[in-house]
Design a protein around this ligand. Sequence first.
Ligand code: SAH
Length: 222
Amino acid sequence: MHAETDLEVRKERMLSEHLLARGIRDAAVLRAMREVPRESFLPPEMARLAYEDSPLPIDAGQTISQPYIVAYMIEALELSGKERVLEIGTGSGYAAAVLSRCAAEVYTVERIPLLADGARNRLQSLGYSNVKVLHADGTLGWREQAPYDAIVVTAGAPEVPAELLEQLGPGGRLVIPVGPSQHLQNLVRVRRLPRGDFRREHLCAVRFVPLIGEQGWDDGPY
Ligand code: SAH
């Protein structure tokens, strides 16, 4: 089969078997997952695996999350399309691209310069013009652009960084993997209630690379 057609078939299978069958219902999220070419965010030799439901290695020892988790986390942000969203952990830029189809503006922060530059170029050349990429320690958020209607963290934190709670607007949602180990976390959603106090819910068990920084884990090899 022609490589492109083959990927389209695999993508439809991913949508029905991994997203719909496992409970993803948000129409905007499903549409975005169909629209964004995951193969364009992977090293070329990985492209044929783009629609397997598994995380895959990208540069600098990091990973691109599995499609189901990307869809699940974005659905958990309860977006209507009008929001300003902050993502911590740009990685390949894939989740930022999906987010950009579900929200008005996306701000994404990555600590590894090689990944931040790569994602910025990729997002620009693919035409995702409502995404801005910053190279910085995302445990401190992106203060200049705050407050955000929603924040998603795609690396595992020891605790919810206080700075991110501060940058969440009233009524906002923060979705973040939190756990005592660097490789196994609980996905947590924190809502900032209109009066300003926070309510925390546990969503499911997940496995992410560690969030490294001032309000995250101690520095690793990067
Ligand atoms: N959302 C990404 C997957 C990211 S993997 C995608 O769709 O491809 C997690 C990313 O978080 C890695 O790239 C890692 O370098 C980054 N990261 C870890 N600690 C960070 C921090 N303090 N600030 C910003 N990014 C961080």
